[in-house]
Each structure stands twice: as C-alpha cells, then as structure tokens.
Design a protein around this ligand. Structure first.
Ligand SMILES: Nc1ncnc2c1ncn2[C@@H]1O[C@H](COP(=O)(O)OP(=O)(O)OP(=O)(O)O)[C@@H](O)[C@H]1O
Length: 390
C-alpha cells in the first residue's frame, strides 16, 4: 500500500522541501547522490542580503525539476513528483500553480512528518537573523526583495522611554492572546508613530519586528489594481507572526480617495479599508503599525481606539537622544558627549532643531573632534517652520 502527500506551492512546506533536497545534494549525502541523477533538474537561486548596503550573497543549487525523482530517506524509498499547472484563475493572479507529491509505503508514512520537520528547521535556520518584508501579490503576501539583516533595536535611539513603552505594550499584547479570546475581544492592536521626517519611525518598526521575530507586511493603498474586495481578502491572509505596516498614512487618507503622483486613482475606498481592517476574523492576531508626519490630517475614524490603541510621537532630536546616539556612534568613552548634549539643548531653546537622520549623516561625514565644532554642527540645525510637504 502506498501513501501520497501533496504539497502545493501555496504552502510554505513546498519551498522548504525543495530547498531541503537541494541542500542534501550540496552536502553530497547518499540521498542527494541518488536523486540528483534525475534527468529533470531546475535552477534555484537564493539571494540573501546579509549586510545592509553590501552586495547580496548569491547561491545556486539544483532542485528537483518537473517529473519524477526517487530518493531513500531513513531506510524508506520515496518518489517525488513535481508538476506545474497553469490554472486560469491562478494565472490572472500571478504565480503558476505547482505541486510536489511525495509517495512512500504506508508503513513509512510517519517519515513525512520527520522529513518536513527537518526541512522546516533548515529553512528557519537559514533565515535566522533576517527580516522578511512582504507586499501583496495577487491575493497573497510575497517576500519583497531579499531577506535583510535585522537591525538591533538599540541602534534606533528614541527619546527616553518611548522604545521601552512600545516594547512592553507589544509584549503584553502577544502574551494575552487567551485573555482576549476569553472576553470575546478581537485580538488586535494598532500603533501610530507620528512625527517629523527622519525621526526613526520606519527604522524603529523594522527593528522592532526583527527583535520580536515578526515579518512585516507593507500595505500601500495606492497600489494599482487594489480594490475593496481584494483588500478584504489580502488582509485576512496576513501570514502568522507579521506586522501590518502602512507608512505615510496621511497621504493615503486625507481626501478619503487614493490618488498617486501620476493621477491614478485607486479603487480602495476609505470605508472599504476600515471594513477590511475590522473584518479580519476575530481571534486572529493582527498588529497594525501606521506612520505619519501629519497626525492632524488623519481622519478620527481611523485612529479611534480599537483601530489605533497606542500613539507615540517621535520628535526632533532631543539632547538626551543626541548624547546616547553619540555614545553609540563613537563609543561610551569618547570625549564630547556632554558638549554635544549641551549644544543640542542650547539650540533647542533658541528654537533650532535637527532630525536624527541629519545627526546620523553628520556623524558619518565628520569624525571627532570636527563633529563637535559649533560651526560644522550648525549646518544640520534649522529654524524653519515645517513645510507642508513634510
Ligand atoms: N532615532 C533614530 N535612531 C537612529 N537612527 C535614526 C533615527 N531616526 C532616523 N535614523 C536614521 O535616519 C534614516 C531615516 O530614518 P527613518 O526612515 O526611520 O525615518 P522616518 O521617521 O521613518 O522618516 P519619514 O517620516 O520620512 O518616513 C535611517 O537611515 C535611520 O538609520
């Protein structure tokens, strides 16, 4: 008696299994030696961004191509049948439909679980220390770009207490799943980070997701082809352990209509979006992060409690922040932290401000002691009122 297990390419197990076979082949195990003699091979290229701004690491491997392959695993024989089908619905939504079917003797069926667990461990291990960002593709969320190296949370320096407050809130939310379920409260939490450009809103959310081992699903409502109906489906398809992120949300909603720079008007309506946000089946976890430079432009309906529960302001660089960032950049023992703290504080009292992004650029351009030279430092401070385009 034979048993078969079908895995479609919609299931994460599909990629895990093919990579597992490829890895076994690279390691020249007995298993690989056998299956890699199959006549049908296909190329699988993995690209990983291990360091920001550095060239990605690229690896090629041969994975099982379409057709039949055979291998022996823990004493049992397996047949692998990989096939591709272009279904009309799937084709219009993007990816082709593929399946691999594993077949073995009924008495060895338990090995399916062992094998897939091994494949999963391998896949998860290879993403250790990486952050995955996804965007909608058809009706699902696909990785966007390469897995990126995680940014340490401590490298994003926020004003005193902000980072700790958000981390504590998120931890307590994650731990209280059954508390929400017992009370029939939808298991959702919304966070809004607002403040001037370059204050670290995006960087902080990415670092936070990495620290909590979450992925990020970035939603852009102005995306072509996005309709209320499609939005409903993709918001109910958010992968587990993901944060839903919408950046510059004021641009998306201030007129309750989405218009891109080139005049394209999205068909997502404001009420459609709110319905999609609220409609996610209760019991399912949903963490929403919104960012904006202009909280005053947001519709109160969007940021009412239940949709947005935590609001934090990330402002211009405070003297305490400048000091901590200086110590992080030049080392705790570098002379000049007091001087910089005082310089930022004096300028702030005179109505002059700078962003953390500008301070980062300043520290990159100038080493010590030049970075502390008052004239050079003055270059990153401004007194201008914030423009409407911020
Ligand atoms: N608080 C911070 N700590 C450390 N680096 C920061 C901080 N804020 C900004 N930066 C640096 O400045 C750059 C821009 O930051 P980021 O995109 O996170 O700002 P933002 O607030 O999201 O801006 P915007 O509102 O324009 O989207 C990044 O390279 C980041 O490393």
């Amino acid at each position: 008696m034979l048993v078969s297990l079908e895995i479609s390419n919609r299931d994460p197990g599909y990629g895990w299994f093919l990579s597992w076979m490829a890895t076994a082949q690279r390691q020249q195990t007995g298993l690989a030696a056998r299956w890699s003699r199959s006549p049908q091979l296909s190329l699988h290229t993995t690209v990983q961004q291990t360091r920001e701004h550095a060239a990605p690491d690229i690896a090629f491997s041969m994975v099982a191509g379409l057709g039949n392959h055979y291998f022996r695993y823990r004493g049992a024989w397996f047949q692998v049948h990989r096939e591709r089908e272009v279904r009309s619905a799937a084709a219009s939504q993007g990816p082709v439909w593929e399946t691999v079917t594993l077949t073995t003797l009924a008495r060895d069926r338990e090995l399916f679980k062992t094998l897939l667990a091994e494949a999963r461990t391998l896949a998860v291990g290879s993403l250790e220390g990486k952050l995955i960002i996804r965007t909608p593709y058809g009706l699902e969320w696909r990785p966007f770009g390469l897995p990126r190296a995680k940014r340490p949370l401590s490298s994003v320096v926020l004003d005193t207490g902000i980072s700790e407050r958000i981390q504590a809130d998120l931890s307590s939310f994650i731990e209280r799943k059954s508390w929400y379920a017992d009370r029939g409260i939808p298991y959702r939490r919304g966070y809004l980070l607002h403040g001037p450009p370059g204050s670290g809103k995006s960087s902080f959310i990415r670092a936070l997701a990495g620290a909590f081992n979450y992925e990020i699903c970035v939603l852009n409502l102005a995306e072509r082809g996005l309709t209320d109906d499609r939005l409903n489906v993709i918001l109910s398809n958010i992968p587990e352990r993901s944060i839903l992120l919408m950046e510059d949300v004021d641009a998306a909603f201030n007129k309750r209509v989405q218009v891109t720079a080139d005049g394209y008007q999205s068909s997502v309506t404001f009420s459609g979006f709110l319905n999609a946000l609220d409609g996610v089946a209760s019991g399912e976890e949903r963490m929403l992060f919104l960012t904006t430079n202009h909280i005053e432009r947001l519709d109160p309906a969007l940021i009412r409690p239940g949709r947005v529960d935590v609001v934090e302001y990330l402002g211009d660089t405070s003297s305490a922040q400048a000091r901590r960032y200086f110590e992080q950049f030049f080392g705790e023992n570098a002379a000049g932290a007091d001087e910089l703290e005082k310089a930022v504080s004096t300028r702030a009292h005179a109505g002059r401000r700078t962003s953390m992004a500008a301070l980062q650029g300043h520290f990159i351009r100038h080493s010590l002691p030049r970075a502390l030279d008052p004239t050079v430092l003055d270059e990153i401070f401004t007194t201008s009122a914030r423009g409407s385009d911020e």
